[in-house]
Unconditional design. Sequence first.
Length: 168
Amino acid sequence: MPDLMTHVAISHLIKRPFELKQESSKTVPMRTVFYLGTILPDVLSRPFYILFPVTREWVSLYHHPVGFILIATLFALFFDPTIWKRAWMHLMAGGMLHFLLDSFQKQIASGIAWLWPFSWRIYGYGLMEAGDILHYIPLWISLIIIMEMGFYYIRRKRQTHSVKEHLV
Ligand SMILES: [Zn+2]
């Protein structure tokens, strides 16, 4: 399980380029829902099984794709009926990205059973230890700053171009 900071930072790096052509007032709410999806599997399982180890079997259900479908559906129902489907899709996309990132890490106690309830087989690449991933946080933050500066430059160039067209 990469830390939550890594989950959110990588989510940002993946999600933001898709929003470049849209207005920020429309993209920020769903981006936030996407981030929520990326942290929910850990937030709904880790604290509970650390504090109350006997609950591990139950709460680890939320840390599997099928269990997360139930959680995403439950959370999406809190949204306005006009946007709940978009909210559900963003929660699910965030959750699946979470499981994908978890798959790259060496699992200490358990991994991602992608095919549960059909199979308990754990799938993963086991490329990194949990502690190794923490060293990459400055890299994620640097990439985010560079990306946001690039997006700022592109937006500003577009605005200048549209003002010039308006004046001609
Ligand atoms: Zn996780």
